[in-house]
Design a protein around this ligand. Structure first.
Ligand code: AHG
Ligand code: MN
Ligand code: MN
Length: 337
């Protein structure tokens, strides 16, 4: 059995590649690593102890919070507060951004935005869930409180982003702008080990992932593209295979490894789609571009969109570059309104 490099060793070895290279970002990633181990431990107990199901509380976006949404939010928040590199967070499960107004953290140089538990309604049925994180350098002066501008930075300003997938095994996948690297958790020794160095997405694939139950509500360009995916054409490997887990992290992870496309489009009822720009789309888009994939709102790169509010939603298209070129062609050709 080969013994792989650990995440901790990898971070130290690559520290010089990190923006600013002061060691702060390494410490921050260590906090995320620790929190993800704790959340992983709790998720593994789902079904044994009373941690599944709804909490009875709605988040500010009107969605039912699951008990584990709130638990994961607390664990990641506490792990970040305990360090000192992070002066504040924004989270899908918090109404507003949170300033870490204590001696240790208030002068921290980074902010973290996160979806503490993605796909959380899947927990009760033992299907993969995830955590998504996005890290920016603070732009407000360090001698004052953190400001909304720190959180509304354009996605291209991210200094690191990643996800943890709690699946058949648990993996942490991240980028600091020098490629995408994946680490698989070995629970017997409590360590993430390098298993997928420099991940790149296949240029094309056979998988399309979309909630097809909403078909009648989709924009015409998406409808036409789906029909294209289902056509019989041996020379282009069609019909494609439809795969949709309902956890963005799990759907993206599979497509990243195998090649494919993920779409959560706008509809007449939800003109901005469902997924959140700051907590879901920006970090996944950073990973996607670093892995040679594309990530857009159907027309423009996600990483170029200027956020206007914390819980902003955006249509999301991401996947293998050749498949994305084709969907863009359909979106432009059948543009409505
Ligand atoms: P969250 O659990 O963080 O609210 O995210 C759920 C998201 C995403 O993970 C998934 O791709 C999508 O919602 C599924 O939505 P539909 O059930 O509408 O397909
Ligand atoms: Mn989510
Ligand atoms: Mn969530």
């Amino acid at each position: 059995m080969s013994i792989n490099k650990t995440l901790g060793e990898f971070i130290i070895e690559k520290q010089a590649d990190f923006p600013h290279a002061t060691g702060e970002l390494s410490a921050l990633l260590s906090a995320i690593k620790l929190a993800s181990k704790i959340v992983n431990r709790e998720i593994n107990k789902a079904g044994l102890v009373d941690i599944t199901g709804a909490s009875g509380v709605e988040n500010i976006q009107g969605e039912q919070q699951q008990k584990l949404d709130m638990y994961a939010n607390k664990i990641f928040k506490n792990a970040l507060i305990a360090r000192g590199e992070v002066c504040g967070i924004a989270s899908e499960e918090e109404d507003d951004y949170v300033f870490f107004d204590n001696k240790n953290s208030r002068n921290g140089n980074y902010v973290v935005l996160m979806d503490p538990l993605d796909g959380s309604s899947n927990i009760d049925v033992n299907v993969s869930v995830g955590t998504i994180f996005s890290i920016y350098r603070r732009i407000s002066p360090t001698d004052g409180p953190v400001a909304i501008e720190d959180f509304l930075q354009v996605g291209r300003k991210q200094v690191a982003a990643g996800y943890v997938i709690y699946g058949s095994s648990t993996m942490l996948v991240f980028t600091t702008g020098n490629g995408v690297h994946g680490f698989t958790y070995d629970p017997s020794i409590g360590v993430f080990c390098l298993s997928h160095e420099s991940l790149t997405i296949p240029k094309t694939g056979k998988i399309y992932s979309i909630n097809e139950g909403n078909y009648v509500k989709f924009p015409l360009g998406v409808k036409k593209y789906l029909k294209y995916c289902q056509e019989d054409d041996e020379s282009t490997n069609r019909p494609y295979t439809s795969r949709y887990i309902g956890s963005l992290v799990a759907d993206f992870h599979r497509n990243l490894l195998k090649g494919g496309i993920y779409i959560y489009p706008q509809t007449a009822q939800a003109p901005f789609g469902k997924l959140r720009l700051l907590y879901e789309c920006n970090p996944i888009a950073f990973l996607a571009e670093q892995a040679g994939a594309l990530a857009t709102d159907g027309y423009h790169p996600i990483l170029d969109l200027k956020p206007i509010e914390l819980h902003q939603r955006v249509p999301f298209f991401t996947g293998s570059p050749e498949m994305m070129d084709t969907v863009h062609h359909f979106m432009a050709k059948f543009k409505e309104g």
